[in-house]
Design a protein. Structure first.
Length: 384
């Protein structure tokens, strides 16, 4: 890959963390050439050298291990204070804290009083929200986009009055356009927000409170690059892989670290943000489809067509090889011919082994996330 960082990296902060890492960390002492620019840190390399990157630091957490092996990271108290300040500023920008039901994956540590696990049946989640509407004056909800979609469907199906919900947030997964539309229909009085984050970096970008669909990058503490497969920077509006440098993680530095996501750079039209912005977050590289010529296709359009098929309640696309694809459906009806036609239409051909499986449920994966597309070809090549 091309080894030139994009102009979005703050020159002074980038130079400082690069110098610190090369002087103090055994992995970066070899990885960063003298007075030079480090190569991008792909996930395979990061996992192979996880102990060296930690350099004796006690891990403060691990990723969910979406490629099978969790990555261990370490945050200093200073890093944690900065992350907490970002959270405080974002909540203040939204209008301040509200009584919020959190429907999220279970984490270690104290459980918030208005918390319910995302694995709880959606009917019980709705009952929990309505109960705390009356007992705790709840006016906000935070959950994963896939769960928000199911919750919104239940609200619409039952005709629940939701004007008391004035704020609705999603996190941890990529918020798709059709999910945003369903949330807005089910919770019409709610201001919708979302974040793009990772366990390693915390907030990477937060939704613009003024223009829907844009995300403001935390440029004051993170360097973000969006690159093509050949390592060159993308143009605004062009999808590319995202790489992140944490300016303030001096305990276990992460420099030009591959997140495994595809995003698009943009200029936010709000006119109130001087830093870098993202115009679209497509999701995981392992959520794309690998075509016969080796290129990757974003699965979003195929996913929408499958999701919009009448009678389909859940779905998942699994690609085990170039010519081996399975579409799992939660549905009481047979959709074999439609699925084959959709694959032919979107890929331009039909894989030799295309299987349609009907299942009772699509289980959530590591970290409580629900993957709509799993590309094991990309995973074997190191994508997360």
């Amino acid at each position: 890959m091309n080894s030139t960082p994009s102009a979005h990296l703050s020159a002074v902060l980038y130079t400082q963390i690069r110098g610190h890492a090369r002087r103090s960390n055994p992995f970066y002492a070899r990885w960063i050439p003298p007075n030079g620019i480090p190569p991008v840190l792909d996930r395979r390399t990061a996992l192979e050298h996880n102990d060296e990157i930690l350099n004796g630091a006690i891990p403060t957490g691990t990723t969910s291990g979406s490629i099978g092996v969790p990555f261990r990271y370490a945050h200093s108290p200073d890093w944690t204070r900065r992350a907490a300040r970002d959270l405080y500023m974002f909540v203040a920008e939204l209008g301040g804290p509200l009584p919020t039901v959190q429907i999220l994956p279970t984490r270690h540590g104290p459980v918030p009083p208005l918390f319910v696990s995302v694995s709880t049946p959606v009917e019980e989640q709705l009952a929990f929200i309505l109960r705390h509407r009356d007992t705790s004056w709840v006016t906000a909800i935070t959950t994963l986009p896939t769960n928000a979609e199911m919750l919104a469907e239940l609200v619409l199906e039952r005709g629940i009055e939701t004007s008391f919900v004035t704020r609705f947030g999603t996190m941890s997964e990529t918020l798709q356009d059709y999910q945003r539309d369903r949330i807005k229909r089910a919770f019409p009085n709610a201001k919708l927000w979302s974040t793009y984050s990772s366990l390693e970096f915390g907030f990477i970008a937060t939704s613009c409170p003024h223009v829907e669909g844009y995300y403001h990058v935390m440029s004051h503490r993170l360097g973000v690059e969006i690159l093509r497969d050949d390592g060159t920077p993308v143009q605004p509006g062009e999808p590319g892989q995202i790489y992140v440098t944490d300016y303030y993680n001096r305990l276990a530095p992460l420099i030009r670290y591959e997140l495994g996501d595809i995003v698009q750079a943009a200029e936010c039209p709000c006119g109130r943000w001087d830093g870098m912005a993202l115009g679209r977050i497509h999701g995981r590289v392992a959520g794309t489809i690998t075509l016969r010529d080796g290129s990757r296709m974003l699965s979003a359009n195929l996913s929408v067509d499958i999701r919009e098929t009448p009678g389909v309640r859940q779905y998942q696309i699994v690609q085990n090889d170039i010519e081996d694809m399975t579409i799992k459906l939660v549905s009481d009806s047979n959709h074999d011919e439609r699925m084959r036609a959709l694959v032919q239409d979107h890929l331009g051909y039909r894989p030799h082994r295309l299987q349609i499986d009907y299942v009772a449920e699509i289980p959530r994966g590591p970290g409580g996330k629900l993957r709509t597309t799993i590309n094991n070809v990309a995973r074997m090549n190191g994508a997360s």
